[in-house]
Write a new protein. Structure first.
Length: 499
């Protein structure tokens, strides 16, 4: 069974609003009454349906401009002065792209109003612009039209962005989009409140007053689930740097946010029936678990004798810190240790974990864990001499592999280009520059300190990297292509030498 993704018209579906926007009857003939608002609404609907990828980029850009204006307000800063344009723009991009990098001390520079802007922005960016719009439409009208379903489905699965027939063998079917949106809304509220309830009593034991503890616990939980990593206080995680309960709660929030809403949707319905889990769910959970354990093992070994990080800790603390860093390197952004103190080999491990990121349709960034899984499955299939990729008794079509290769190449090109430019305009070492560039691209938020001390030109480069990383290489490529081009002929085949 196949779906068809394209604009509906009089031949193939419902007519557009402009075609049905008739006014009163005058002398037996209908008179058109097309207001300016109606024309704008029809243009937006047609543009969103025709090119959802470009529509998503336009919405993201518009939100960044709006939040740049909000952060430029004098009331948004504690000093009462207007924030410099570069700082306001960088903060807006980091908030909407749920990255966590900053050019200022987020805890002390912004006023309570500024922190409210940050809180609202990360919720919008974490859930997804098109998904949030679809949720609001579902709440208001209590139903989803076909266009709204296509937009929400495209936001959750980049394979649906292109026009034309789309295979129904998806992780979440188009008919399940409404249920997925409900899962998104409920899971965001439930997980953020649940993590906040875990953090609240620990803050009370630390001596934080109840009102501040309530706000800070919910702020921490939101930044954990959205994989952002902003801190509400200047001391950050220092009071809880060795606390298993506090760090464990943050890890739970980050992990649940990073596995993706389609995975949460399936688990909430078939948690005890793994046989009904889709291939996407199995690949996401397996790859995420392997990366978490292997990353923690690498940090435990590489930082075992480093006196600046884990060298003076007992075994229990080393294990805790290793798993915490491994979790946060997958886009969480929190750090109980100074990343600048890590060994160069550990920074390289972190680079790789950040570049991979979390699950598809999640609050995490990176090229996604399923992309990495597809590449390894392709390598295994080639090594075994198989014509197709298979996993869990399912065959994976070749177009998924082409998409995975495209994502990796676009991501690597973005990281390499930004790193080269920053190396030209700064004097920082490569490992620090590369670390922050990958952190920006993967919307992770971990930093060696390079970002805060960089120049305005470097901040603009990092802001562009964050934007490209968040909108996704697939969305960007689909926006540039606008539609799938069919070729009705095949050229003569010739095989170049590879390897």
């Amino acid at each position: 069974m196949r779906e068809y993704h394209g604009a509906l018209n009089a031949r193939g579906g419902a007519p557009s609003r402009s075609a049905t926007n008739t006014g009163v009857m005058m002398r037996g003939k209908p008179v058109q009454r097309t207001t300016v608002a109606a024309r704008i609404r029809d243009f937006i609907d047609d543009f969103a349906a025709a090119t959802p990828a470009r529509f998503a980029i336009v919405i993201f850009t518009s939100l960044i401009l709006v939040f740049t204006l909000l952060f430029s307000l004098p009331w948004a800063t504690t000093s009462g002065r207007t924030a410099p344009l570069v700082d306001a723009l960088f903060t807006a991009v980091s908030v909407i792209c749920v990255t966590g990098l900053s050019t200022v001390d987020m805890a002390t520079y912004w006023s309570p109003l500024g922190h409210a802007f940050v809180f609202i922005g990360v919720q919008i960016g974490g859930i997804g612009v098109l998904t949030l719009a679809s949720i609001l439409g579902l709440v208001i009208s209590r139903r989803l039209g076909l266009r709204q379903k296509l937009l929400a489905a495209g936001d959750a699965n980049p394979l649906r962005i292109r026009k034309g027939p789309v295979s129904e063998g998806q992780a979440v079917r188009l008919g399940e989009t409404g249920n997925l949106l409900v899962t998104v809304a409920v899971s965001v509220l439930a997980i953020e409140v649940g993590v906040a309830l875990l953090l609240f009593p620990r803050m009370l034991l630390e001596g934080v007053d109840p009102l501040s503890a309530a706000w800070e616990s919910f702020y921490f939980s939101t930044m954990a689930f959205t994989n952002t990593g902003f801190l509400p206080t200047s001391e950050g995680l220092d009071p809880y740097a060795n606390d298993p309960w506090f760090l464990g709660a943050l890890m739970i929030g980050v992990f649940l946010g990073a596995i993706g809403f389609p995975v949460i949707y399936v688990l909430t319905r078939n948690f005890r029936r793994p046989r009904r889990w889709s291939l996407h769910v199995k690949l996401t959970l397996l790859t995420s678990g392997l990366l978490l354990v292997l990353g923690a093992l690498a940090y435990f070994v590489l930082e075992f004798n480093n006196p600046r990080t884990m060298g003076d800790m007992d075994v229990g603390q080393r294990i805790l810190q290793s798993f915490f860093v491994s979790t946060m390197a997958r886009s969480g952004g929190f750090s109980a240790l100074d990343m600048a103190d890590f060994d160069g080999s550990s920074l390289l491990i972190t680079d790789m974990l950040m570049f991979v990121g979390g699950g598809s349709a999640s609050t995490a960034g990176g090229i996604k864990v399923t992309t990495l899984a597809i590449l390894f499955l392709a390598a295994f299939a080639e090594a075994r001499g198989n014509d197709s990729m298979e996993a869990y008794e399912r065959r994976i079509p070749s177009d998924v592999l082409r998409l995975a290769v495209s994502v990796v190449l676009w991501g690597a090109t973005t990281v390499a280009s930004a790193s080269v430019i920053l190396m030209l305009i700064t004097d920082e070492p490569l490992d620090y520059v590369l670390f922050d560039v990958i952190s920006a691209f993967a919307t992770c938020g971990l930093t060696t300190g390079f970002t805060e001390g960089a120049s305005d030109a470097a901040h603009l480069i990092l802001a562009a990297t964050m934007f490209l990383g968040r909108i996704g290489t697939v969305t960007l490529a689909a926006a540039l292509a606008a539609s799938t081009r069919r070729q009705l002929f095949k050229r003569a085949e010739e095989r170049p030498i590879v390897g």
